[in-house]
Structure formats: C-alpha cells, structure tokens
Design a protein around this ligand. Sequence first.
Ligand code: NAD
Ligand code: UD1
Length: 341
Amino acid sequence: MKICVTGGMGYIGSHTVIELIKKGHEPVIVDNLVNSNPEVLNRIKKIVKVKPKFYEIDLRDEKKLDKCFQKEKFDVVIHFAGLKSVGESVKKPKLYYDNNIGSSKVLLKVMKKHKVRNIIFSSSATVYGVPKHVPLRETDPVGKAANPYGQTKIEIEKILMKVAKEDKKMNVVLLRYFNPVGAHESGLIGEDPNGIPNNLMPYITQVAVGRRKELTIFGNNYPTKDGTCIRDYIHVVDLAMGHLAALKAIKKKWGLKIYNLGTGKGTSVLELVKAFNRANKLKIKFVYGPRRPGDVVKNYANASKAYKELNWKATHSIVDMCRDSYNWQKKNPTGYQKAKK
Ligand code: NAD
Ligand code: UD1
C-alpha cells in the first residue's frame, strides 16, 4: 500500500516507516522538521536499504499538501504529526491548537478532495484524564484534559469521530498510546527530545551517558507498592507493529475503531530505574523530589481489544525497552544533533 506518513521523521513515525518498508509497503513521509532531523532518512536507509520519499511540508500549508496528494495517490494516511511537549503546550496553548488541530483539519480536507478514505491517528492515553480505575478500556469515558496538549488530542478525536459518522466511506482508527519508550535494536534511530527531557526514560538515558547529574523521582509517597507512580511503558517497535496490525485490519466500511496500545502491565518509576540498572549493568543516581503537579498515580491499559480484533500484542519486556533505550543514547549521546539540519 502507498501510505502517507505525516510526522514520519519523528520518534514513533520513523520506527513505523521502517516496519512498513520491511512489510513491502511504500511509505511517503510528510513532515516540516519542527521536531526532527533530516538525518533520520539516512538512518532509515542504513537499516532497511531504502530511503523513503520525503516531502518537507507543514501540514497547515494546504496548497503544498494538495500537490503532494495529487502526485502520490495514497491509499492510507498514518497521522503522527503534531507537537507533543506538555510543558510547552501550557505556555503556548494557541500554538498547540493551531498546529495540532489546524493541521489535522487541513489534512482531512485534502484527504476528502483526493478520496483517501483511511486514516490511522496517533492519540494518547492522556484523553482518559484522571482514571477512575485501571486498567483502562476503550469504553471508559474520555476525561478532562490535564493540559492544552491533551486537549488537542481530545479535539482531534472528536473531529475524526464526526467525519466517520458523516461519511460512511471513511475508515478512522484512533490508536491511544500509553508510554512509548525504547528504540530500534540497531541504535540508529531513537527518541531525541529538545532541551531537558520531560519524560522519564529519556531523562534516565541522559543520566546514564553523563549529560545529567541525577534523576529526580517525582514523589515517593503515592498509594502504590513502592510509593512511586505507575505507567504502562511500551516498546516503540511494538507500537509501530500496532500500526501495521491496524493497517492490515482496515476493511471497507469499517467506520470508526478505537484501540489502546499498551502492554497491560503497570511498572513503577522505581521498578523502571531498577530494570534499567539490571539491563545495562549500571547504577543510575537518583533522588526523591516533590510530586509533579497534575501527575496521575496509576495509568495502564487493558489492551485486550487490540489483541482480539487486530491480533496484536506487545512482545518486548521492560528489560528490552531499557536495553534498547540505552543502546540508542550510548551510540548517539547528543541525539541527532551532530548530524546537520
Ligand atoms: P515527534 O515530535 O518525535 O514526531 C512528530 C513529528 O511531527 C516531528 O517530526 C515533527 O517535525 C512533525 N510535525 C509537527 N507538526 C507538524 C506540522 N504542522 N506539519 C508537519 N509535520 C509536523 O513525536 P512522537 O513521539 O513521534 O509522537 C508522534 C505522535 O504520537 C504525536 O502526535 C504525539 O502527540 C503522539 N503521542 C506520542 C506519545 C509519546 O510519548 N511519544 C504518547 C502518546 C501520543
Ligand atoms: C506525560 C504527560 C502526558 C503524555 C505522556 C507521554 C505530563 C503531566 N503528562 O505523561 O500528557 O501523554 O507523558 O508523552 O507531563 N518522572 C520522574 N522524573 C522525571 C520524569 C518523570 O519521576 O524526571 C515520573 C513521572 O512523575 C511519572 C513517570 O515518571 O510518574 C512517567 O512520566 P512521563 O514519562 O512524563 O509520562 P507520563 O507522566 O505518563
């Protein structure tokens, strides 16, 4: 299939492009490089021996996007593109609404014009808000967003639900990711956050390579087994495979489908640090600090719907995730920074 991969130069998109090429699909990347580096294309080529086609386009540029769709004749769109920094979204909410919601609207308009009727969208577990219980099921209510980034995911889901309802020819798949970590086993591609990482795993790997002095664990007095928060970490390659499973399952008149992509297993912050140490024979220095405002205590998926309907489940362990995250960071201590933009 010929697939338009928006945001395909980014962390999850680049891993998915690799798996798509491996399965014989033809991904075409559309990305404005606002949070990625062109070096990603060379790395993909090193891994799969194919350099995917790349259009440097801001999705909000309807004219350019229209031209690209005119030329390429896509079967499906996988829509990863978006800004994702929670902290930045609090400071610049308008930018987030404009970029994430605005670009999704333009994309849908162009898809309609060119009769592209299949879209797989990168949503997030953040749409559940503060969970009343875990594990979370797709039938659980969408909650109140904790920040503007989360609000954009809720709004885009709503827009896509409406599109699926109004146009019976459209197939819309909402994939709600839990906590993506890890990297391709080659260590050639991985997560490369700007500035001080907000998320746990990139912070740990930067401590491991000496870029940061120590990890601060945000709170150790939560009502959990060791007092630290619980999340559902999922290997990025498993996540990529989830997109392939969705792609395979899309049928005519499928309509709207929603799936959690998680492992179904909760891991505490302390457990993750210990697993990282075990996997890499290291001792990550950490201190306990105050709770992070807005943190959810426990968040993990019931991922059985994706297994039942897509025949997909995560196969990588926490140790695999820790080993591959460190392998990437060790081989690229400053990320893609050395490679020229
Ligand atoms: P990323 O920042 O690495 O990749 C996103 C890509 O989108 C980047 O390459 C960026 O340049 C591009 N982009 C942003 N705005 C664009 C625009 N207007 N036009 C064209 N390209 C644009 O992020 P990621 O971690 O790979 O996440 C991919 C998607 O998954 C995002 O939508 C994100 O919100 C969602 N998601 C991520 C996580 C996570 O923890 N990484 C969790 C849940 C959901
Ligand atoms: C965060 C975002 C969420 C987003 C998700 C995936 C917030 C409030 N939420 O969620 O919207 O969808 O990332 O990108 O930012 N931790 C530490 N020390 C650190 C970093 C994190 O102890 O330096 C802890 C956190 O308190 C949390 C756990 O590690 O308990 C995981 O944190 P993180 O990686 O930021 O993911 P989420 O909190 O799930």
